[in-house]
Design a protein around this ligand. Structure first.
Ligand code: ADP
Ligand code: MG
Length: 586
């Protein structure tokens, strides 16, 4: 229920909102009193004009007093209006910041599975648009609601004071007006929702075509894409025009009904003045009060739609906040010691819930500290899944995974990820300098570390060729790097912090054989005590690995040293031969 959250945030700043409400009431009362002043001065003037005696001097004084009070009250009302904005709107901005920070922190700590289920653009729009709408709920919506209620009640209070009969006449058109506004509001919301949908369809078409601009150009699909876009933008225009048409009904009808209200007041009020039930000044200020009703009545629909939009934004916001965070299971006492690097899988099976794909089936192996293993298998054989299980991206596997002989569940995710230098299959560089991309996961590093890990990752010489060397910008706003360069920068990132376990997921795929060998040799020289798992879909010639594990369709089909597997003439041998043949063909 989103209202619970609503009250939570209102409560957070309840002092400010209360103060704001008091300012709204004071601003209203102050400006209402100007009407009362008008009533008084007119009555005095009429009295003076009707009396025969010479009262010129006293009128001058009265008018002067009237003017000073009028100006004083107007200034007072302006000050209170200013303070009202300063309290309520400022509080809403503070709430907005808290909403954003909370959402961002929550998204950062979501389990990885939620990212794959949900389009990234969706998270973005919730962060930007929905949070904005929730802010409007706490800011303008609350402010105008309070203002509306006080203006209506203060005005009607003064109107009743002048004449209850006249008030009845003046309010006669109001039911029709609320009826009209109610229906207008329903249509307006409906039309605007449709427009919002058209809008997001348009942005996603645009976004996709910018992302895929290379494909579009190479297939000369520009015109086709343009056609799709202009079709969508055309229906956006049609929808916008519908809204314009609807909106153009609003003011005339509201003015008509409010005009009717004033007309009735003058007609009935005139008769009451003639019958001497009220004075001419009373009627004047009465009509001024009727005029004051116009604005709150007009804003009813708008405030209602702000609440409506805010409410659905809050529901969408809560949808993310309700997603469970990554579990923080595991002992924290462990965190002080580092792992030795012993990894054991015992009958591990894993099924992706969303697709029902059995990615791993009964996988068992044991890697001792300091061993280097090659894990090889075709695309889709479950290699990445194995790596992601090890760094606790997924928790609900069957069987046992042991690190240093203790179940993986005993360690917290953050501890495991600190201990395992993992390079994912899909490299990602931030829009930052080469240096900061490499030193990304260390708080304190020295230049030498960056250089050394870049050298080991075989990227150093290339970085030196870049315009600004290690200060060159990469990522979306920087220079365009080749796939291999990106891979090596992300390898350097993993190498900068010495770890007991290195886990490379197919991150050498874009490297040539020579670079690959140099890289592995550099790794070997680095720290012989670290355990290394190199995942690949291709074989490395003449490289020293303790064991090779072959995965096929989620199953371990062969484990052994390179020589053993070659002699066995099984899967590994087949892959080796095929690769050799391809190299010969090339
Ligand atoms: P590899 O790394 O060996 O290419 P993966 O571990 O990525 O293999 O994939 C193993 C199987 O699991 C494949 O059939 C793949 O389609 C499936 N799979 C991988 N990731 C996911 C995911 N996030 N959700 C559902 N199925 C997945
Ligand atoms: Mg993979």
């Amino acid at each position: 229920m989103p209202y619970k959250k609503l009250f939570y945030f209102l409560n957070l700043h309840k002092g400010t909102f209360l103060l704001g409400t008091i300012f709204v009431i004071l601003a209203n009362v102050a400006s209402s009193y100007t009407n009362k002043l008008v009533e008084k001065i007119i009555n005095t003037l009429v009295g003076v004009i009707n009396s025969t005696s010479d009262a010129g001097m006293s009128i001058q004084k009265e008018v002067f007093v009237f003017l000073s009070y009028y100006i004083g009250l107007t200034i007072l009302s302006a000050v209170f209006t200013f303070l009202m904005r300063q309290t309520i709107i400022v509080a809403s901005r503070k709430i907005e910041q808290k909403l954003k920070d909370d959402l961002y922190a929550h998204i950062q700590r979501l389990a990885i599975t939620h990212f794959k289920n949900f389009p990234i653009g969706d998270y973005m729009s919730r962060m930007a648009e929905d949070v904005g709408k929730i802010r409007e709920l706490f800011g303008p919506a609350v402010m105008y609601l309070v203002n509306m209620i006080t203006t209506l009640s203060v005005s009607i209070f003064f109107m009743l004071e002048i004449s209850s009969e006249l008030t009845l006449y003046a309010l006669l058109p109001l039911p029709f007006l609320s009826f009209f506004i109610y229906f207008f509001n329903i249509y307006s919301l409906q039309f605007n929702k449709k427009l919002q949908e058209e809008m997001s369809a348009m942005t996603s078409v645009a976004q996709e075509s910018y992302n895929g601009i290379r494909i579009i150009k190479s297939f000369t699909l520009e015109n086709k894409v343009l056609q799709t876009f202009s079709m969508i933008s055309d229906s956006f225009k049609i929808q916008s025009l519908k809204i314009v048409k609807l909106d153009s009904f609003f003011m005339p009808i509201v003015s008509l009904l409010m005009g009717a209200s004033i007309l009735l007041s003058i007609y009935k009020g005139g008769m009451l003045v003639i019958d001497n039930h009220i004075q001419i000044g009373g009627l004047t200020s009465f009509i001024m009060f009727v005029n004051r009703l116009l604005w709150p009545v007009m804003s009813i629909g708008w405030v209602a739609s702000l609440f409506q939009k805010g409410k659905s934004a809050l529901i969408r916001y809560e949808e993310i906040m309700d997603m469970p965070l990554e579990s923080k299971n595991g002992m924290t006492a462990e965190s002080n010691e580092s792992l030795k690097g012993d990894i054991e899988f015992k009958n591990v099976s894993f099924t992706y819930e969303e697709t029902g794909i059995h990615a791993l089936k009964n996988v068992s192996f044991h890697i001792k500290p300091g061993e280097r293993w090659l894990i090889i298998g075709k695309t889709g054989s479950g290699k990445s899944t194995l790596a992601e299980l090890l760094i606790k991206f997924y928790q609900n596997y069957q069987g046992e995974i042991l690190l240093d002989g203790k179940p993986l569940e005993n360690y917290s995710s953050s501890f495991v990820r600190e201990q395992i230098s993992y390079i994912p299959q899909d490299v990602f560089l931030f829009s930052d300098t080469v240096k900061n991309n490499i030193a990304f996961n260390t708080d304190e590093y020295i230049e030498v570390d960056v250089l050394n890990s870049a050298k080991d990752a075989q990227i150093h010489n290339e970085v030196l060729q870049f315009k600004d060397g290690y200060d060159t910008m990469v990522g979306e706003r920087g220079i365009t790097l080749s796939g291999g360069q990106k891979q090596r920068i992300s390898i350097a990132r993993a190498l900068i912090k010495p770890s007991p376990i290195y886990l490379f997921d197919d991150c050498l795929s874009a490297l040539d054989v020579k670079t690959e060998r140099q890289l592995i040799e550099a790794m070997n020289q680095r720290d012989s005590r670290s355990t290394i798992l190199l995942i690949t879909h291709r074989i490395f010639n003449q490289l020293d690995f303790h064991k090779v594990l072959v995965l096929d369709d989620g199953e371990v089909v062969e484990v052994g040293s390179q020589e053993e597997l070659m002699l066995k003439k099984g899967y590994f041998y087949d892959i080796y031969k095929k690769q050799e043949m391809r190299q010969v063909e090339n």
